[in-house]
Design a protein around this ligand. Structure first.
Ligand SMILES: [Zn+2]
Length: 230
């Protein structure tokens, strides 16, 4: 069969570590692994039909992103959901940095970064709410957009500060299965339009609005899932 001969040509697939990472990230994002739940490395390795070494490596990556944490004599657990206070602090910091970064990025837009923005825009438009795999794709595109803004600021300290927050991962884990992707997609569109138009004031405004809305969505979800102390 000619088709099979063509298909036999080796195509480089994802590495074992990437497979393990993608798998665990999707489980964490879709809450199939609940916040605080124990994650057994040998079980994950068995489920994927791979050895424990790449799973361990994927775990270290997720640990650096604060999505899992290691406990002595217990192993790994999924991180607890952020508290309302932690979320408030996170957005306060983002509001101080990201609108400024967006304004600088809009001024510095190149043809290459516009091409990246268009690719991000396409990825985001293809997401259907509630689908776990599509959802983690959306989170990835969101991370790329915010990283492009951070890099575009031309300030390496700002870039590192935003990167270290890993905000997109935690936010998307909390907002899974809400209508957030649809709402956020519209806000992202405004940011992208302003960046492409080299309009610093509009970019700053669009990011500020997006962060305000995003914080409100988070707060709504957390109000339903965590006991209030006030
Ligand atoms: Zn966003």
């Amino acid at each position: 069969m000619p088709a099979r001969t063509r298909a036999a040509k080796p195509v480089p697939g994802p590495t074992m570590v990437e497979r393990a990472y993608e798998y665990l990230l999707t489980q964490l994002m879709s809450l199939s692994i609940a916040p605080g739940e124990r994650i057994a490395i040998d079980t994950v390795a068995r489920q994927l039909g791979i050895s424990q070494t790449p799973v361990r490596e994927a775990m270290s990556q997720l640990e650096a992103e604060k999505l899992v944490f290691k406990m002595p004599n217990v192993g790994y657990r999924a991180s607890p959901q952020m508290t309302r206070d932690e979320v408030r602090d996170l957005y306060t910091l983002r509001q101080l940095i990201e609108p400024y970064a967006a304004a600088r990025a809009a001024e510095a837009m190149t043809d290459a970064s516009i091409a990246i923005l268009e690719a991000i825009d396409r990825d985001m438009s293809s997401v259907v709410a509630g689908d776990a795999r599509a959802y983690s794709r959306f989170a990835e595109a969101d991370a790329k957009l915010h990283r492009l803004i951070a890099t575009g600021s031309g300030n390496r300290l700002i870039e590192e500060a935003i990167d270290r927050l890993h905000a997109h991962l935690h936010i998307f884990r909390a907002l899974y299965a809400t209508n957030a992707p649809n709402e956020a997609a519209e806000e992202h569109r405004k940011i992208i339009d302003a960046l492409v138009a080299h309009d610093p004031a509009a970019a700053e405004q669009a990011v500020r609005y997006h962060l305000e809305r995003s914080q409100m969505r988070m707060d709504r979800v957390l109000a339903e899932t965590t006991p209030t102390t006030d």
